[in-house]
Unconditional design. Structure first.
Length: 141
């Protein structure tokens, strides 16, 4: 299970299909997961139009108790295999930019769908996409 996840996770992804269909809702974003060593990755997100990086973090992927866990500095994402996809979410919700982080993602062989949002104490969304998740297609060279 871990080897399959690592193979699907590694690489370059972009949301061109989504951004070109709804340009007022989604920026064109490039996401890269570069393997550093074994199960350690550098994750970088940047805008296509100017190449400006807006998120960079190191992630380590481990397998424990039937889950794949992406260990990262903000909040670990726990994935469970369901059919042909890995469904992921965080269980700890740290305060980030004035809201408690809720991350949800789906990793498939050729696609990575992710949404990060922040909520206040009353459950009102205070940051993140109002239009739904970002859908990144994997690029093959």
């Amino acid at each position: 299970m871990l080897e399959e996840f690592l193979e699907w996770f590694e690489g370059d992804f972009n949301n061109w299909g989504q951004a070109s269909s709804w340009p007022s809702h989604y920026a064109h974003v490039l996401l890269t997961h570069t393997r550093l060593d074994g199960t350690k990755f550098s994750s970088c997100q940047r805008y296509k139009h100017d190449g400006r990086e807006y998120r960079n973090k190191d992630i380590e992927i481990i397998e424990r108790d039937g889950e794949i866990i992406a260990l990262n500095p903000v909040a670990d994402i726990h994935f469970r295999k369901e059919g042909d996809a890995y469904m992921g979410r965080n269980y700890k919700s740290p305060l980030v930019n004035g809201g408690y982080l809720r991350s949800e993602c789906i990793l498939e062989k050729d696609k990575y769908t992710v949404i990060d949002r922040g909520y206040d104490d009353s459950g009102k969304q205070v940051w993140g996409s109002e239009y739904g998740p970002f859908v990144f297609d994997k690029e093959y060279k």
